[in-house]
Design a protein around this ligand. Sequence first.
Ligand code: XMP
Length: 315
Amino acid sequence: DWTPASFIESTVAELKKQLGDDKVILALSGGVDSSVTAVLLNKAIGKNLTCIFVDHGLLRKNEFEKVMDDYEHLGLNVIGVNAKEKFYRELHGVTDPEQKRKIIGKGFIDVFDEEAKKLKDIKWLGQGTIYPDVIESLSITGTVIKSHHNVGGLPDTMKLKLVEPLRLLFKDEVRRVGNELGMMPNLIKRHPFPGPGLGIRVLGEITPEKIEILQNADDIYISLMREWGLYDKIWQAGSILLPVRSVGVMGDERTYDYTIALRAVTSTDAMTADWAQLPYDFLAKVSNEIINKVKGVNRVVYDISSKPPATIEWE
Ligand code: XMP
């Protein structure tokens, strides 16, 4: 019978056997999958695991610092890299979503490669690939809807062997394993978050100013969602900064500011998703807080589209 405890026991034993005294490098994203992978590898090989966590400047507000803290508490050997400037520079003027994904994906590999080169004798690349990633990357539909870079994003200059201990697990099993490993709820209950991050939630051109507006609005939304006890009932929530401005009024002044769209969906695997029927009084509170506190925003809307035909992300 599959239990988180038996999975951990057999996986750690297999990893020890497979890896021996070899060194492993792993990219952490702040998400459940890579975090659980890191803790399993750490249990098996300890300091022979080096983790790299890249700040591409497209994370949620204060997320990099919070997650680095969690990783250090877990005893992981982790190198944090601030690469914000590089990503902002390379994304300057780019509006096409697939182009943004390519730039961000390649940027990750560049930064990761550079860090890896500083380390010696690395033989393996650890990855938090889970079963749905494997399936999705195998299904050939002929058209790329959105190119996810969870799978296949290997730096090809590095001839490393792959170690993917979660390859046969579903998300809920990964969460149960994380729980059994004693990991903090902040890491294991967290909503899925796309690799390109807020880069695909600022629609159209990305600027550091727009990212900051979105971070501030999103922080209000997600914090209130936790306060109201709604966070764990939702598969994924986030905010989107729309590339249009509209007229509003503040005191005697006319404003001409941005619109924030709020998104929240229920789902089990992200392949299909329903828009979440959040309480009106919650939405009213979030809207008030955002409009009163986030400069540059004068309108908040709620996305009531399900997948299909809409997608979870807007880009
Ligand atoms: P969509 O928008 O296709 O999203 O309904 C389905 C799930 O995938 C996530 N997503 C991504 N994850 N890189 C990622 O790592 C990406 O480029 C990407 N695009 C979408 C999305 O957040 C949702 O969980």
